[in-house]
Write a protein that binds this ligand. Structure first.
Ligand code: C2E
Ligand code: MG
Ligand code: MG
Length: 630
């Protein structure tokens, strides 16, 4: 940006008026007819301000072309005062144009801008000879200084304005450049982010379907486990995947899987899908236990539905293995359990199976350490029994209880019974655990029967205990000690306990049965024992396993199996107990089939002896107990 030329600086009107006033005073004091401020231009000189007098022949705006005979030109060229007392007598000024206006005397001073460029002059003229008294010259000099001071201010102001404009221009330019750089940078960041996202996406997803790949899914499972979140892991195997891929191509199968996935969102919005390999996917959902069977049923129906690909109509043949996450279970064990469940589901020809397997606890603590803790717990009486009521399906009164072992370790937390019993069976501590459960249950029941004489308490007996030749004697001693009639005690054994040593088990159980203790076959239907067992052993009660009840509302197969088990039990004159009743539909179904007693969370979870006693003693005489424990 160029510096402003002084010639282009505009003198404000107000200053021009001030100068005029000043010139009036000057003319009057110097007693001359003319006082002027002249402004020089490139080719001419202009009357810029003039005193107001009738004798003044000059008007503001009058111009004269620049030539040698002008006083003002001379003053500016020599940068000094010029006094011409009488031009008529001075041959140098014979051609001066002012003579034509009768002005013969002149006294003038130059006016300069602070940058030394000329502005013009301040001068007084007279029509008669005049040597211009020193006071008048002094006055003229004072006005010259005053005007130059004003020119200085104007100049500074103009320069300031100019610099301000220049700065603003620079700022605008800089801002423009910064904006350009910023937008280039943002563009580059966007491109890089998009590329990074693509890489991240490929790292974590299956390309064909967009599902998480195994690597990302495992990480997700770990996160859920570490934050103690409960979830359900579904392993879905598509048995006809290979055929579809062979006939219609891999991309068609991938497309079917994404369609399958999009249909899932209609039944559950909290799912994460991962692809393990070409024919298996894993689904993580947050569903509670009650809703899971219905959800699995929906899932298999979605698979069976028709997917159209061009003209062809394709169905997915899916098998679903579901497993609930449990505290302290490792990712690997969960995956293994889901995988085994889906294999089992396929081999049984079911569409879905919900695992009831026990999951091992994380092996962060060695088995040896847990054993030590367990030994301490047995010795220090840190174990206790909880009791779960058995209910009459018709009156809903509590007719019995099942004693269930509980161990709440300060470091390990609540330990699942499956883990506890397996461990104790392996290291022989089961004798101590078993005796503990028997003694406590018998002692406790002996107090309750004083109030409820028909109450029967069931105690679970391990296969290892049955091998103990002193077991019968031991039970007899405890019954005598606490004065509990044998009819108030039931022993629950599982099929696995019978297989171990058939002859000894028959002998032991028969002696107990003859004593009046009732014998129940627990978890019926889960093992491999044939119905022959029911004839061989002196069972009084058959306890249908909860895994058949879980899906009985939806699954026709399970309904048929439960009916068949109840019929056989009735034919063999065995009582039937059903465990795992969690809702009224399940209750209605088994009640209609005519079972003897029912047990499950619908009535109460296993509770402490005190709470059980409260519930037992506070039952109304007929109908449901007036309160429930959940
Ligand atoms: P079990 O004898 O079949 O006991 C029933 C199990 O089902 C108990 O689990 C109980 O809490 C659970 N249960 C009861 N109602 C419901 C329900 O409505 N829904 C569901 N999902 N579960 C229900 P728990 O206490 O964890 O015991 C597991 C197993 O550990 C028992 O199965 C039994 O085999 C064994 N056990 C428990 N206490 C002892 C004991 O003192 N000695 C021996 N040898 N085994 C024991
Ligand atoms: Mg049991
Ligand atoms: Mg059971």
């Amino acid at each position: 940006m160029q510096k402003p030329l002084t010639s282009s600086i505009i003198i404000p009107e107000k200053i021009q008026q001030d100068w005029q006033t000043m010139l009036n005073v000057l003319a009057e004091l110097a007693q001359v007819p003319v006082a002027l401020v002249m402004r020089i231009h490139e080719q001419e000189i202009e009357v810029f301000a003039a005193n107001a007098s009738l004798e003044n022949p000059y008007s503001v705006g009058d111009k004269e072309a620049l030539h040698q005979n002008l006083y003002c030109k001379h003053v500016l060229e020599h940068r000094q005062k010029l006094i011409v007392p009488n031009a008529l007598n001075d041959p140098n000024w014979a051609n001066n144009p002012d003579l034509a206006l009768n002005m013969i005397a002149y006294c003038g001073l130059p006016l300069f801008w602070p940058d030394n460029t000329p502005f013009g002059t301040i001068c007084i003229l007279d029509s008669k000879e005049n040597t211009f008294a020193p006071t008048h010259q002094h006055l003229l000099e004072t006005y010259q200084k005053s005007i130059e001071a004003q020119l200085n201010i104007l100049f500074q102001h103009t320069e300031l304005l100019h610099n301000h404009k220049k700065l603003q221009l620079e700022i605008t330019e800089n801002n423009k450049r910064i904006n350009e750089i910023n937008s280039q940078l943002a563009n580059e960041i966007d491109c890089r982010r998009a590329a990074e996202q693509k890489v991240k996406y490929h790292k974590n997803h299956d390309i064909g379907t967009g599902f998480l790949n195994a690597f990302a899914l495992y990480r997700h499972i770990d996160k859920l486990i570490n934050s103690n979140q409960k979830f359900v892991l579904l392993h879905i195997h598509f048995a006809n995947s290979r055929t579809i891929q062979q006939e219609h191509g891999h991309s068609t199968f991938d497309h079917l899987l994404t369609e399958y996935r999009s249909k899932l969102t209609k039944i559950t919005d909290t799912s994460v899908t991962g692809r393990l390999d070409s024919s298996d996917i894993l689904l993580i959902i947050h569903a509670d236990k009650k809703k899971l069977p219905k959800l699995c049923q929906h899932l298999s129906e979605i698979g069976k539905a028709c997917f159209s690909n061009n003209e062809a109509k394709i169905h997915l043949q899916s098998y679903i293995g579901a497993v609930h996450s449990k505290e302290n279970t490792s990712r690997n064990d969960l995956l293994k359990c889901a995988y085994n469940t889906v294999i089992e589901c396929q081999s049984l020809g079911k569409t879905f199976t919900i695992s009831d397997r026990s999951l091992p606890i994380k092996s962060s603590l060695s088995e040896h350490k847990i054993e030590t803790y367990l030994l301490e717990a047995v010795r220090n009486n840190d174990l206790f029994l909880s009791y779960q009521p058995k209910v009459c399906p018709y009156t809903k009164r509590w007719v019995g209880s099942e004693a269930l072992l509980r161990w709440n370790h300060p470091q390990l937390g609540a330990i699942s019974n499956e883990v506890l019993i397996q461990l104790a069976e392996r290291n022989g501590l089961i004798y101590e655990l078993g005796n503990f459960a028997l003694r406590n249950a018998i002692q406790q029941t002996s107090e309750w029967v004083l109030h409820s004489p028909n109450l029967v308490t069931a105690v679970n007996i391990s296969a290892v205990q049955l091998k103990d030749p002193h077991f019968v004697q031991h039970v007899k001693q405890l019954l005598n000690l606490y004065k509990l009639p044998p009819k108030n005690l039931e022993l629950e054994v599982t099929e696995s306990g019978l297989i171990a040593d058939e002859a000894l088990a028959i002998e032991t159980l028969t002696q107990l049965h003859n004593m009046g203790v009732s014998i129940a076959l627990d978890d019926f239907g889960t093992g491999y024992a044939s119905f022959q067992y029911l004839k061989k052993y002196p069972f009084d009660t058959l306890k249908i396993d909860k895994s058949f009840i879980e899906n009985v509302e939806y699954c026709a197969n399970d309904q048929n199996i439960v009916c068949a088990m109840i019929n056989i039990a009735k034919k063999l004159k065995l009582k039937v107990v059903v465990e795992g009743i969690e809702n009224h539909n399940q209750e209605r179904f088994v009640t209609l089939e005519g079972v003897d007693s029912i047990q499950g969370y619908l009535y109460s979870k296993p509770i402490t002896a005190d709470k059980f006693e409260e519930g037992l003693f506070n039952q109304t005489s007929i109908g449901t107990p007036y309160f429930r424990f959940m």
